[in-house]
Ligand binder design. Structure first.
Ligand code: URA
Length: 244
């Protein structure tokens, strides 16, 4: 049966870097099959040995899933020469090889899934799967019923075809003393073309002033997450996403 070093097992399970793990191992925080183990090099069998760290059983975890409430000003990338990346907001999160699932523009806020599960990311982003994304949009001008109808049935955004059928709900039109109103719209789309929402609103003559993603498939932004904050997905959220 395959064995691994205890410090590697704990680190791979997301409990910290190898040196952090060694430190708490030496303090007696970990037991294997009921016996406290202090030596990081101790070999264990992940399938049969019961590893407990500070009273909590440790299971081998390969994949990590986080929901981030992306703030404006961060780029949806793992590295960038000139701007802060969304991954810099998850510096202390366990998990190797994390990346954002899809892109939100630098000035867009809201739900961003961060994972190291490439297969799930591929499925969620595949144009064939038509995973629905819902956005809160604040746009310049008074969006009319005719505009909503256009957004829903398909608009010209400079691609070969019109945009796919969408759902658009007018939340409010806020009049302004200077006469330039602002409209709040909830838009759900099943595509993910570059700047898609901004281009759709440009097509109806209502430039986007503020954009926030509220949901992606079954996953909704947790309202308790302040901009810049993240949390691991629950097992139920992960299971639902895998069914998308
Ligand atoms: N559509 C956009 O225009 N921008 C985003 O960030 C996401 C969708």
């Amino acid at each position: 049966m395959k064995t691994v070093r205890l410090d590697k097992f704990l680190s791979d399970a997301g409990l910290g870097t190898r040196s952090q793990v060694k430190t708490f191992l030496k303090k007696g925080a970990v037991s294997v099959n009921g016996t406290v183990v202090l030596k990081p090099e101790t070999k264990i069998c992940p399938e049969t040995d019961a590893v407990i760290c500070r009273g909590v059983p440790v299971t081998h975890t390969e994949f990590f899933y986080y929901m981030l409430n992306k703030p404006a000003g961060f780029v949806s990338a793992t590295e960038d020469k000139s701007a802060a990346t969304v991954l810099s907001l998850l510096k202390d999160a366990p998990g190797r090889g994390l990346f954002p699932v899809g892109r939100l523009d630098k000035d867009t806020e809201g739900l961003l899934l961060i994972t190291n599960d490439g297969a799930l990311a591929h499925r969620l982003l595949s144009p064939r799967h038509h995973v629905e994304k819902t956005y809160y949009v604040r746009a310049a001008g008074s969006v009319t019923a005719a505009d909503l109808e256009k957004l829903e049935s398909g608009v010209e955004i400079g691609e070969k075809a019109l945009t796919l059928p969408a759902k658009a709900k007018l939340l409010s039109v806020i009049p302004s003393p200077e006469g330039s109103a602002v409209s709040e719209v909830e838009l759900s789309i099943c595509e993910g073309k570059y700047h898609q929402v901004k281009r759709m609103f440009h097509a109806i003559g209502a430039p986007v002033l503020f954009l926030k993603r509220l949901s992606m498939g079954s996953l909704s932004l947790d309202e308790n997450l302040a901009p810049g904050a993240f949390r691991p997905l629950t097992p139920e959220e992960i299971a639902a996403l895998k069914k998308e």
